[in-house]
Design a protein around this ligand. Structure first.
Ligand SMILES: [Zn+2]
Length: 438
């Protein structure tokens, strides 16, 4: 080490730097970090003052804005003066609601969704029945829909049990195309070893994709229960957040899978898949059924993911002292996927590289990556899914916690990876890389 360098930043090892897998450019920036103690002290003081000023500005801005106060009180108020720049309905009329947040007058209680996807014609049709409570007198019911053709819209008064007895049932029939858009209910596909193209109908709803699959109150704070029925060909399987309840005959030699009703959850965590995958299955000590789904040609690469999922789920049960709330957990490899993975409650979807591990062919860093991503998504089964921010500006809470707990979960799977030590190095490298931008 040369004498004129007083201090050198310490960085995680090449193969074990998780951030380098996410963002190689950050690793390259980190590699260049070398600075003196005096300069580092000055930078720390400068950063502290800078962050304090930003925090004060943010605190005043939040207290004065309506959006933060809405989280625990009321949602939105309509804009009183509608101008030509405002939102228009599809029929050309000015839309009667102008706020980005839904009005706080109608609250969904339960969804009953029936979906009939045609994986040959790449279209789907469906019906959603939403039971909702009326919280305040209104002549307006506003909910979300995108890229769906609505063919029937009915609203019926109903009587609810409990203190708020006034309710409605909204019944909407709709249809749409299944296209490769990586959001909503979309088309993915893979090629078999013999060269045949097979279609998969899958979902990605976070943040606002649910409204592209069925009309809904598509805000994270508006939790409700979900019942799902999916029509499929006999050669396919259908998966949902919850286990299958029963399968019945349907028209034209097809069948309909009816799934158990979910716990109360946000729309962005709903998921369903129609495909011809195979699975390998196991069970946790507390009796949760765990399965990993992949194409038949890749099913020999799911054993490590199954072991990680069972180990981590059992560990989080003990760590949080709250039992995983669903009866099953499925992990599924999706060929066309926009993110690394998505924590849909009970049906976690993964990019293939984040869940498949081929012993003898995949590298050690591939193996570590699979463990880290699974541990991250399973952390969300509690942080994000069980406890959910009411609005997207607080998502950093569940992302931050899951990004920490993933190291603990991965450490449980394989202590030789020393992930907790890497976590400390990772925090240090990020802190030091902040300096490099100043
Ligand atoms: Zn996350």
């Amino acid at each position: 080490m040369a004498d004129d360098i007083e201090d050198v930043s310490f960085l995680p090892g090449e193969n074990l730097n998780r951030k380098s897998v996410y963002e190689p450019s950050v690793k390259q920036r980190c590699k260049q970090l070398v600075c003196s103690k005096g300069r580092a002290t000055a930078i720390v003081v400068f950063c502290a003052v800078f962050i304090l000023i930003i925090a004060i500005i943010a605190a005043f801005a939040r207290s004065g804005s309506s959006s933060c106060g809405k989280l625990n009180t009321v949602l939105a108020t309509p804009t009183p003066n509608i101008t030509k720049e405002d939102i228009y309905a599809t029929n050309g009329d000015i839309f009667p609601w102008q706020d980005i947040r839904l009005p706080d007058t109608v609250e969904p209680i339960s969804y009953d969704v029936f979906l009939d996807p045609d994986m040959k014609a790449l279209k789907f049709s469906g019906t959603v029945k939403i039971k909702a409570k009326i919280k305040a007198t209104t002549s307006l019911i506003v909910l979300h829909t995108k890229n769906l053709t609505l063919t029937t819209v009915l609203v019926k008064p109903i009587t609810l049990t409990g203190p708020t007895r006034t309710g409605i049932e909204i019944i909407i029939k709709f249809n749409a195309n299944i296209v490769s858009k990586l959001a909503g209910f979309y088309l993915s596909s893979y090629k078999t070893k013999s060269g045949e193209i097979r279609h998969i109908g899958t979902t990605q709803f976070q943040p606002t994709g649910a409204r592209q699959a069925f009309p809904c109150f598509d805000e994270p704070g508006l939790k409700a229960t979900f019942k799902m029925s999916i029509v499929r060909d006999k050669k396919h399987i259908a998966l949902f957040n919850m286990p299958l309840n029963k399968t019945e005959d349907y028209k034209n030699g097809r069948v309909v899978d009816r799934f158990q009703e979910s716990v109360k959850m946000s729309t962005y965590l709903v998921a369903f898949v129609v495909c011809d995958y195979k699975s390998k299955k196991g069970k946790t000590k507390s009796g949760v059924d765990v399965a990993v789904y992949a194409a038949e040609d890749q099913i020999d690469q799911v054993d490590f993911a199954l072991k990680v999922a069972i180990t981590v789920l059992e560990y989080y049960d003990d760590l949080y002292k709250i039992k995983y709330p669903l009866p099953k957990l499925d992990l599924i490899a999706i060929p066309d996927f926009s993110a690394g993975a998505m924590e849909n409650w009970g049906l976690v979807t993964y990019r293939e590289s984040a869940v498949l591990y081929h012993p003898g062919e995949s590298s050690d860093s591939d193996k570590q990556w699979v463990a880290v991503v699974i541990a991250h998504e399973l952390a969300h089964q509690w942080f994000g899914n069980l406890v959910t921010p009411k609005w997207w500006d607080d998502t950093w809470l569940n992302e931050g916690f899951a990004s920490y707990v993933e190291y603990l979960g991965t450490d449980k799977v394989d202590p030789t990876l020393k992930m907790v030590n890497i976590s400390v190095q990772f925090q240090k490298s990020c802190f030091v890389s902040l300096f490099s931008f100043l």
